[in-house]
Design a protein around this ligand. Structure first.
Ligand code: GLU
Length: 435
């Protein structure tokens, strides 16, 4: 079960059902995506070869508004994963009260093996494949893993070519020049940093000097690390696929960010030799070492830190490793990083978890602000966008805490799910069954 993100999402729903005021018939309905389109994508690569890729777009639920959710390019994409991610988008948009449903797209590919031209051809062919189901009022894609503003520009252009005029509102996360909003690229990481601050306030603890470990240093992890570092937290570890850099005194987050932005790997960043082992670090307190050490991703997860931020893929905190975790709180920047079996142990161990559908909602919140600006044909300054992001994610955080405290729920995920399920179910009840 731990390996199947869709089963994991259903199990999260089941955990919340007993506390949620939701009709059982509607609850059962909410366990099934509305539709999933599978597309075959033959693409002529720069090498001259034709490669046939496979892609998906899942539209999970639209009771609260147009479908919304990103598109990921990754070798481990599956239909079930895309459907789970579309479900999580549904609960996320409901929890942060955006007038959207949930969707997700994915293409099975290894972007590192593709040239920029290959990626453009693949993106355009995928967009053609799903173009009949997307649109500003129906389904609005956005970036996710390994996709970015350039990908959105190609999607917007392809869709617009068929329409015969520019339709910026069909995707969010676009470059500024073609209708993007300031603040979108950093938005998910900014949201992670805001909820971490709120969590510390709630727990009556000081974020200043608190130690943070970040698993995954892509767009989300790196921006969260940068903003938490600016807020006075100490980012002691950060990782990518090649491994993790660790320094108990705190990493130079700006230098690390510049290294990764330039295409560098974490293992290359870890300078000097010989390296102290993790055990040496623990026993020495680590203070005599200036350079970061290389540790594994698994070691990063079990560091004794104030906050662990999984910001990579699904299913990294599992029944196998959850008892080794020593973090006092977890803020889920990734979608679905914790399996339900692990969740039960975290609840039992009283480790506070800010669930993904709240912690990483900053991205879709600012996507919504971009979509609204496109509809208004008017653009807002960065300060307005960031203030609105903070207001909206802060409100969702407060409502989740209120639900958790007032209803005496087992954990924050259950609190977030009960709110999201009740809101979505209520939309279904008002709209009724067609025909
Ligand atoms: N891919 C992001 C997420 O998982 C953003 C989706 C969006 O902006 O529509 O929340």
């Amino acid at each position: 079960m731990a390996d199947d993100p869709f089963e994991n999402m259903l199990a999260q729903m089941d955990r919340a059902e007993e506390y949620a005021d939701v009709d059982h018939g509607i609850f059962e309905r909410l366990k099934h995506p509305e539709r999933t389109l599978k597309v075959t994508l033959p693409v002529e690569l720069d090498s001259g070869e034709v490669e046939v890729f496979e892609g998906y777009r899942c539209q999970f639920d639209s009771a609260r508004g147009p479908f919304k959710g990103g598109v990921r390019f990754h070798p481990s994409v599956t239909q079930r994963e895309v459907e789970a991610l579309a479900g999580w988008m549904t609960w996320k948009t409901a929890l942060v009260d955006l007038p959207y449903g949930g969707a997700k797209g994915g293409v099975i590919c290894e972007p590192k093996d593709l040239t920029k031209n290959d990626l453009e051809s693949l993106t355009r062919r995928y967009t053609e494949g799903i173009r009949r189901m997307i649109g500003p009022e129906t389904d609005v894609p956005a970036p996710d893993m390994n996709t970015n503003p350039q990908t959105m520009a190609w999607m917007m252009d392809t869709y617009s070519m068929y329409e015969g005029h520019s339709v910026p509102q069909v995707v969010t996360g676009k470059p500024l020049e073609i209708g993007g909003t300031p603040g979108r690229v950093a938005a998910t990481g900014r949201g992670v940093s805001i909820v971490t601050e709120r969590l510390f306030e709630y727990l009556d603890r000081d974020l200043s000097g608190a130690s943070v470990a970040v698993q995954g240093f892509g767009n989300v992890g790196s921006n969260a690390a940068r903003l938490l570092d600016e807020s006075g937290a100490r980012v002691v570890a950060a990782s990518d696929v090649s491994g993790a850099a660790y320094d108990p005194d705190g990493l130079d987050v700006a230098a690390l960010g510049a290294h990764v932005d330039a295409g560098g790997l974490m293992e290359e960043y870890v300078a000097g030799e010989p390296r102290a082992t993790l055990e040496d670090r623990r026993t020495s307190g680590g203070n005599q070492y200036d350079d970061p050490d290389q540790i594994t991703n698994e070691e990063l997860l079990t560091l004794d830190v104030d906050v662990l931020i999984p910001a990579a893929v699904e299913g990294v905190i599992t029944a196998e490793n959850v008892r080794d975790l020593r973090a006092s709180a977890i803020v889920e920047a990734a979608n679905g990083p914790t399996t339900v079996a692990a969740d039960e142990v975290l609840t039992e161990r009283d480790i506070q978890v800010v669930p993904d559908i709240l912690a990483n909602a900053g991205g879709v919140i600012v996507s919504y602000l971009e979509w609204v600006q496109n509809a208004q044909e008017f653009s807002w300054p960065l300060e307005t966008v960031n203030a609105e992001l903070e207001r909206r994610i802060g409100k969702a955080f407060d409502q989740t805490i209120e639900q958790y405290d007032q209803k005496d729920l087992p954990d924050l995920r259950t609190a977030a799910y009960t709110l999201a399920l009740e809101r979505t179910a209520s939309a279904h009840e008002y709209r009724g069954l067609f025909p």
